[in-house]
Each structure stands twice: as C-alpha cells, then as structure tokens.
Write a protein that binds this ligand. Structure first.
Ligand SMILES: [Zn+2]
Length: 345
C-alpha cells in the first residue's frame, strides 16, 4: 500500500510517499481502509523529533482516521467488515486500575496512536491497524473528510472543558487560537454549554469564522490588547475559564485575564513551554491551573453524539492528496489556515 513515512527526523523534506506492507490484524485488532486522515500538531512533533522521546523508525504519522473496517482479527466482536468508523486515538491496556477507572490517560501503557506507536503505524496510509476497542462508529451526517478531522481535537477539548475545567452556564471563557483545530471545537462546545465566549485570533478572516461558530466577543491579538478587551467585555471582572494551548507567548496574559477564583486549562505549548507564572496572582486570586492530556473513549463518544446532533460542526480548512503531506504539514506550521487540514489517500 502507499503511505507517507519518515526514516529520520527533520523538516517536511524527510517525508516520503512510498510502498509499505499492508497491515494484518492480530488478535483483537482491526484494519481500516482509510478514506480520510486528519492532521494534527502531533504529526509535526513526531517528524521533528522531541528531546527525551524515542520514536520507532520508520514512522507513519497520523492519529485521526475515518474509513471502513476492511479486516478483523481473531477474537474481535462488536465491529465487522464494512462498518464506517473513526479512530479513538488513545491506546491503553484497558485492564489496569487506571483504565478500568475511565482514566486510560494514566495507564502505564498509554500511547497516542500514530504519534507514539510504531514503527509503521498511524493513519497517513491507505490502510491502518488499531485495536478493535479503538474503532468507534462514524457520525452518519459527516463526510469522510469531516469525520477524520474531528476525533482527536474533540476528545482533547471535551476533556478540557467538561471534565477538567467543568465549565458552567453563565460563565465567561477565553479561547486562544479560536480557529485552530481545538479552538473551533472549544468555541462551539463552550457555546453549547451555555458560556459566553471571547475568541482570540490573528486575522479578521479568522475572527469572522469564530463569530460564525458562535463566539460572542472577537479579539485580534495582533491589533488589540487582549487583557483590555477582556476587561471591557466582562465589566472588569475577567473570565472564569481560560482555554490555553499556546503556552509561552500567551501565558502571562492568560493569568491576567482570569477573574478571582477562575480556572485555566491547558493541553499544549505550541509557542514554547517556559512560561512565567507570577505566584502572587496564583494564591491571592485563588486561581486553578489545570493540566489536560487527551481523554477517554466515553468522552469521545459523548462528544461525537454532540456532533451527530449538530451542536458541534467540524471545520475542514483544506484537503490535500496523501502524497502532498508535506504541503499539508507546512500549512499547519505556518498557521495559514482556518480549521483542520485533511489528507485523502
Ligand atoms: Zn491500563
């Protein structure tokens, strides 16, 4: 089958479009005929390489896929050939104390599929192999491209807002990168949960898209002072929740826009990880700083029900053929996009 691989870490030039053996399902596994692939920041981290993290090479990236079950391994029940599915990207043992408590992200064997798995695993290919437990029904109303674009960002955002920050109706939330992959879900989910949304982005086009998704207040961080705009919008009170994933460049402003007793939830650091926290704000204002990483299968399925009901709509920014994965990753790297980048084999 055709797949996009890399044999060494580096810039997009290391990506190869080549033939690799088709995966064969082992016990408890299924092989999916991939119809569409969602690209994520993880794909870039793996390709570049991360200090202290070992990747099995050659590697096939891709933690999001939509397609049909092509083959099932021994002992598989609950899914059958021909079923339309998307992939739940959290791989874990499913039997340990953490897993059976619904906290698969604390499993000692936890891996993000297509990011930490391998060699030659992941969705940038014509066929992909996953544990049968990780194949979940595709929302019927979505196209293949829409379905492939949503699981990882939906799972991540659902865990951040519902489980970690416990966002409540009537609260204010600030969403950095409102038209990024997770930003588009955060704006819609927060709106659905009854919150008022301050959307931050770097262009008028992106802010118009955020408004269409349901944001109430739009702030262009390139031309406006984010802290001032939040004070204006909230009557100097600040927001109850900050949705963080950008890190170093935005962290200090994130702390300053928080109301007394507010929560900040973060799942990433796309601009760097060495952020400064003024401890006087932390204890005096009784702030809560919440880390978040992926989520569990039940959270993904609850999120997909919101998608199926039309409360959250996938936003596909651009679709590339699989062989143009380098161009797709460049679009993510430059931030020159609204919504998700999708590949089609
Ligand atoms: Zn486990």
């Amino acid at each position: 089958m055709r797949a996009v691989t890399f044999h060494e870490h580096g810039d997009v030039g290391v990506l190869r479009y080549e033939d690799v053996p088709e995966p064969v399902p082992g016990p408890g596994e299924v092989v999916i005929r991939v119809r569409a692939i969602g690209c994520n920041y993880n794909d870039l981290w793996a390709r570049r390489g991360l200090p202290g993290m070992k990747f099995d090479l050659p590697h096939i990236s891709g933690s999001d896929a939509a397609g049909e079950i092509a083959a099932v391994g021994p002992g598989v029940s609950g899914v059958k050939a021909g079923d339309a599915v998307v992939v739940h990207p959290s791989i874990s043992c499913r039997t340990c104390e953490a897993c059976t408590a619904g906290q698969e992200y604390f499993c000692r064997h936890f891996k993000i599929w297509g990011f930490q798995t391998g060699p030659l695993d992941g969705s940038y290919a014509e066929y992909a192999k996953v544990p049968a437990a990780n194949a979940v029904p595709k929302p019927a109303r979505l196209t293949w491209e829409e379905a492939a674009s949503i699981p990882l960002v939906l799972l991540t955002t659902y865990h951040m807002l519902v489980t970690r920050a416990q966002l409540r109706t009537g609260e204010w939330i600030l969403v950095w990168g409102a038209t990024s992959g997770i930003g588009i879900v955060a704006v819609q989910l927060a709106r659905h949960m009854g919150a008022s949304v301050v959307a931050v982005a770097g262009s008028e086009e992106k802010l118009a898209a955020a408004r269409d998704l349901g944001a109430h207040v739009l702030v262009n961080y390139k031309t406006q002072d984010v802290v001032d705009e939040v004070r204006k919008a909230t009557g100097r009170r600040g927001v109850d929740v900050v949705f963080e994933h950008t890190g170093q460049e935005t962290w200090e402003r994130s702390l300053r826009v928080m109301a007394w007793g507010a929560r900040l939830v973060t799942c990433g650091n796309t601009t760097g990880f060495q952020a400064i926290t003024d401890l006087r704000f932390l204890f005096n204002k009784q702030l809560s700083l919440l880390g978040s990483h992926q989520g569990n299968k039940a959270e993904l399925m609850a999120g997909l029900r919101l998608v199926e009901a039309g409360h959250i709509k996938p936003v596909v920014g651009k679709v590339f053929p699989l062989r143009e994965a380098a161009a797709a990753q460049t679009a993510i790297e430059t931030g020159n996009k609204i919504g998700k980048i999708v590949l089609v084999p």
